[in-house]
Design a protein around this ligand. Structure first.
Ligand code: GDP
Ligand code: IMO
Ligand code: MG
Length: 423
């Protein structure tokens, strides 16, 4: 494995958690570098389902070091409750490490996320309302509170007071919301700081040393390429960099240290939240995929929008991330569909676009160009050898591989560890 980066190749929820958990059996260190508890990564082990939001999906193996990197925005309340969950399931979180530079999500970020979404009215983004955007705003504005401040009670008190005072003005005077109490936040959060302090360190040094010592290091992406704040479907994106470049900034290592980049996608497309989705199915087939695939958000429970596989967006993900291989999940969900459509390009008037447009306004004039492939009826959830898959399933994978020019290294036929076929 050496040093492998794993990224979501669509709009998130591609099944990254499952693949990370599988690869983590061989990893010494698993590292998250961006986003926060807007992520929801599902791992199913021996019939128990774990929903991880901030803790890297390698935590279920004893001895694996799980790093929350400097690029993360960390909600301490959410993290403490996740740690409790891990403990309640008889697992250990001793391997957790938190970078001292990670920014802290506080109640005013969550309040402002909700208020700014409400203020946008019908043009809201459909955020997870976890305070992610407002926390990254403070980071960029240089007023944020970092973990190294948070675990020092005096500095935390001083910075929190200044922030609450200013945010209360924005909350009440601009949005007409209810002010927050500095005293209440301090009393509650200083306790989380005590719990988290033993895990705080300079993880950039830790990750660098592990790589230099020849250890297996796995970088765990959250969200997906189309949600990247620079490169995705702006403004319908998250506030961080879910593309491969985000690992360098978000963990403090150079690009030459990463050997492989694995993209994870579904065998169809989903999106939760608002924004363009060219291959969206607003019909019975879309509903069938939603129900069979259990397409409801891991973090918010919202119904995910569903649609056909879109090779234009996957080509985009291949380019932005320099993908060296692909994992295609949820092939089992497509069983029973007579025909499968795959979008191979967008038609815009007389033009055929092969590359995803820069400006989402252009998408309104685009129609997906589909190729139709035959489906398969067989239940494939019990298949354990790639060669035993139905001919049409293998033809579907071959089509993806040829169209993208990237090796499909793994395919998923169910959520469990053993329902992942390697090629
Ligand atoms: P992530 O955010 O990328 O980690 O993905 P989520 O956990 O939010 O959503 C993926 C969902 O699909 C989870 O419920 C997984 O348990 C499930 N899943 C992953 N791979 C497969 C697969 O191959 N087949 C099926 N049926 N479910 C899968
Ligand atoms: P994982 O890691 C899917 C989406 C939200 C919204 C947009 C902005 O589980 O794949 P935010 O709260 O980040 O400001 O919301 O981004 N979004 C995700 N969609 N999977 C995720 O994470 C997501 N994290 C954020 O739905 O459209
Ligand atoms: Mg998810």
């Amino acid at each position: 494995m050496a040093v492998t980066a794993l990224v979501g190749a669509q709009w998130g929820d591609e099944g990254k958690g499952k693949i990370i958990d599988i690869l983590a059996s061989k990893a010494d260190v698993v590292v998250r570098s961006q986003g926060g508890n807007n992520a929801g990564h599902t791992v199913v082990v021996d019939g128990t389902t774990y929903k991880l939001h901030l803790i890297p999906s390698g935590i279920l193996y004893d001895g694996t070091i799980c790093v929350i990197g400097n690029g993360i925005v960390l909600d301490p309340k959410s993290l403490c409750s996740e740690m409790e969950n891990i403990k309640a399931n008889g697992k250990s979180f001793d391997g957790l490490r938190i970078d001292a530079r990670a920014h802290v999500v506080l109640p005013y970020h969550i309040a402002l996320d909700g208020l700014s979404e409400a203020h946008r009215g019908g043009s809201d983004i459909g955020t997870t309302k976890k305070g992610i955007g407002p926390c990254y705003m403070d980071k960029a504005e240089r007023s944020g509170i970092r973990m190294c401040d948070f675990i020092n009670p005096e500095i935390f008190a001083e910075k929190l007071k200044a922030n609450v005072e200013l945010k209360n003005k924005i909350i009440t005077l601009i949005y007409g919301g209810e002010p927050l109490s500095y005293e209440e936040i301090y009393a509650e959060y200083v306790e989380y700081a005590k719990l988290l302090a033993p895990f705080v360190t300079d993880t950039s040094v830790l990750v660098y040393d592990a790589i230099k010592a020849g250890k297996n290091v796995l970088f765990e992406g959250a969200q997906g390429a189309l949600l990247d704040i620079d490169l995705g479907t702006y403004p319908y994106v998250t506030s961080s960099h879910p593309t491969a470049g985000g690992f360098c900034i978000g963990t403090g290592i150079g690009p030459t240290l990463i050997n492989e980049c694995l993209g994870v996608c579904k065998s169809y497309t989903t999106r939760v939240g608002k924004g363009p989705f060219p291959t969206e199915l607003d019909d019975e087939i879309g509903e069938t995929i939603r129900q069979r695939g259990g397409e409801f958000g891991t973090t918010t429970g919202r119904a995910r929008r569903t649609g056909w596989l879109d090779l234009v967006i996957l080509r985009f993900a291949v380019r932005l991330n320099g993908l060296t291989s692909l994992a295609v999940n949820k092939l089992d969900t497509l069983s029973g569909l007579k025909e499968l459509k795959v979008c191979v390009g967008y038609r815009k008037g007389n033009e055929v676009l092969r590359d995803f447009p820069v400006d989402i306004k252009e998408l309104a004039d685009c129609e997906p160009i589909y190729e139709t492939l035959p489906g398969w009826d067989e239940d494939i959830t019990g298949v354990r050898d790639y060669n035993d898959l139905p001919q049409n399933t293998k033809a579907y994978i071959d089509f993806i591989e040829k169209s993208l020019g990237v090796k499909v290294a793994m395919v998923g036929v169910g959520p469990a560890r053993d329902q992942n076929l390697t090629r």
